[in-house]
Design a binder for this molecule. Structure first.
Ligand code: UFG
Length: 331
């Protein structure tokens, strides 16, 4: 059985769906603080006998002890974390406690239960301001916000836990994750929403909502920031490959998950316009603090060592995100 922490969230629940579709048994551990328990109800109905939810908190070691004693867990995929960069600047304590202390409790419980494999959702934010692009895994990790710092601290903690207790980890460093599952059942659903594509699309549905481009004076081809948008289905594929890698005895390692293609904010906006066929209200504002001009992944390591192939295009991702927004707004 695979334990998925944070299995209520956007990426976590897409991963749970993929695991269930591939015939695995899954237990989700979630405190339902930021995710959406509705997806759990959908899995429970459609995958009877192979899916369970354990409501608990990573900050409560007793919850974790009960979880590991109730279920026969073979490996862990760890998504549960707070992930808003701006919030992490305003309230770092919340991030250090939940992300770092929470993960330490999880690793302690794994050690005590003899569970030795974990796939962890890390982030490109651990690299900080890029010194070169595309960013490969050898790029220095100098995060510039507490969110990225907590994820880096966890990566380092995982190295110590491997050396001392033999818990092997794969750390997947995500770039910008977008899109939904095939049937647009599990999309981005954050409150407040800060991400680019949902913000563009929401302005089509919400009266008076205008999409804002944060800065058009960057040193890029059209002055707006460049990002690497990886489809959530491609991303979750990498988690299953990482599990296989650990099952086959692979050693602790870390991989970038991005497409290696960069798009500017204006290019994403134009693609949304083309896909929706709608005129989208837009205005230009100043830069958002902490945004690097360009973040693009070198993904060769994941391709060669995990045999990971990101297949979906930005347009595919936007189509599914649009279908999801229509569903959310009951159109
Ligand atoms: N943007 C806008 N308007 C918006 C929202 C975003 O112009 O309404 C711009 C941002 O300024 C940025 C780009 O679109 O240039 C992408 O912004 P997102 O908020 O969608 O994503 P980020 O690149 O800021 O963040 C993502 C993840 C973080 C992770 C980070 C790594 O969501 O969790 O990549 O640097 F930390």
């Amino acid at each position: 059985m695979i334990l998925v922490t944070g299995g209520d969230g956007y990426i976590g629940s897409n991963c749970v769906l993929k695991l269930l579709e591939s015939g695995k048994e899954v237990v989700v551990f979630d405190n339902h603080s930021t995710g959406h328990a509705e997806t759990g109800a959908f899995f429970a109905k459609n995958y009877v006998g192979r899916f369970s939810v354990f409501e608990g908190d990573l900050l409560e070691p007793g919850d974790l002890r009960a979880l590991f004693s109730d279920y026969d867990i073979d490996a862990v995929i760890h998504f549960a974390a707070f992930s808003q960069v701006a919030e992490s600047m305003a309230d770092p304590a919340k991030y250090w406690r939940n992300n770092v202390v929470g993960t330490m409790n999880l690793l302690d419980a794994m050690r005590d239960a003899g569970v030795g494999k974990i796939v962890f959702s890390s982030t490109a934010a651990t690299y900080g301001e890029p010194e070169y692009v595309p960013i490969d895994e050898k790029h220095p990790q100098r995060p510039i916000n507490p969110y990225g710092q907590t994820k880096l601290a966890i990566e380092q903690m995982m190295d110590s836990y491997d050396r001392a207790y033999g818990i092997r980890s794969v750390r997947l460093r995500y770039f910008n994750v977008v899109g939904t599952d095939q049937d647009a059942r599990i999309g981005e659903w954050h409150d407040p929403e800060t991400h680019l594509i949902p913000n563009i699309l929401k302005s089509l549905f919400e009266e008076g909502r205008e999409f804002t481009i944060f800065g058009d004076d960057y040193d890029t081809r059209d002055g707006t920031c460049i990002r690497d948008y990886v489809n959530v289905l491609d991303l979750v594929d990498a988690h299953l490959l990482a599990l296989e890698y650990l099952d086959e005895g692979g050693k602790t390692d870390f991989f970038n998950l991005g497409t290696a293609d960069g798009y500017t904010v204006k290019e994403v906006f134009e693609t949304c316009r083309r896909v929706t066929g709608k005129d989208i209200p837009v205005r230009i504002a100043g830069r958002r603090p902490g945004d690097p001009a360009v973040l693009v992944a070198d993904n060769l390591k994941a391709k060669t060592q995990l045999c990971w192939v990101p297949r979906r295009t930005l347009e595919n991702s936007i189509r599914s995100a649009y279908a999801w927004e229509k569903r959310m707004h009951k159109c």
